[in-house]
Design a protein around this ligand. Structure first.
Ligand SMILES: [Zn+2]
Ligand SMILES: [Zn+2]
Length: 239
């Protein structure tokens, strides 16, 4: 009995030791220095042609109709990937499990894209407290914290979600904006710190950009100079 136990323990230790030494790519299972090998990382879906203002994928790479008609309150978007399989599955898993392998490389790609820019604050898009309690961890804040550390910029939890937002899925752009009314507020004590700031607003996945646009309006009303939006991936808008 005891011999079996020791044999099993030793096998487990060897397995862990081996897995620490031989990292495998999560997609092709080849040995790799990182959790996603360079070839599989290059094969992940990127945005392709997109609107230079809101980053919505399109076929011409020019300003989209929405930005021409109603320019968003944010100034620029940095988004290295398109929210499509297999990347969408990876991000979805990470939203529920903080230490999902491979996501660190997505974050690094975003950091690389942002590294030549300077910001005064990094601000995460907040969750409603009840949702946070249910989820158990805050992926957006974790992402914002990593960006803040790597870009040497202060993280500021300046925005709060004061009420839950009705599920945005299936709503068009106009309905999404109406749905967001009164959902977010700026913390009063941080408002004076936002004046003339160049802000990096962080979300994990952006769909229409309605939430970030709404928060950007609040930040600009408080005197922020520019808002740059950073996210891991973006979905093509439905309407
Ligand atoms: Zn691979
Ligand atoms: Zn646009």
């Amino acid at each position: 009995m005891l011999t079996t136990y020791f044999r099993q323990s030793t096998t487990s230790i060897i397995k862990v030791y081996k897995s620490l030494l031989n990292i495998q790519c999560i997609y092709c299972l080849q040995d790799s220095v990182n959790n996603i090998c360079p070839d599989c990382l290059d094969a992940l879906p990127t945005l392709g042609q997109h609107c230079p203002k809101c980053s919505e994928p399109n076929h011409h790479g020019q300003l989209c109709g929405h930005c021409l008609k109603n320019p968003p309150a944010f100034d620029e978007v940095f988004c290295p990937f398109a929210y499509q399989p297999p990347l969408s599955d990876l991000i979805h898993r990470w939203k529920n499990r903080p230490h999902t392998l491979g996501v660190e490389l997505l974050v690094q790609r975003l950091v690389d894209n942002l590294s030549e820019h300077t910001f005064d604050r990094v601000i995460p898009v907040p969750y409603y407290w009840r949702k946070l309690l249910k989820r158990g961890h805050n992926p957006v804040r974790a992402l914002a914290k990593q960006l803040s550390q790597q870009l040497h910029t202060q993280l500021l939890d300046a925005v709060i979600r004061v009420k839950p937002v009705q599920d945005q899925q299936g709503l068009d752009r106009k309905q999404r904006l109406q749905n967001l009314r009164g959902v977010f507020e700026l913390k009063a004590k941080y408002k004076p710190q936002l004046r003339h700031n160049n802000i990096l607003l962080v979300d994990d996945v952006v769909t229409t950009g309605a939430t970030c646009n709404h928060i950007s309006k609040l930040l600009k009303a408080a005197g922020a100079q520019s808002i740059t939006l950073a996210c891991l991936a973006r979905t093509p808008a439905k309407s």
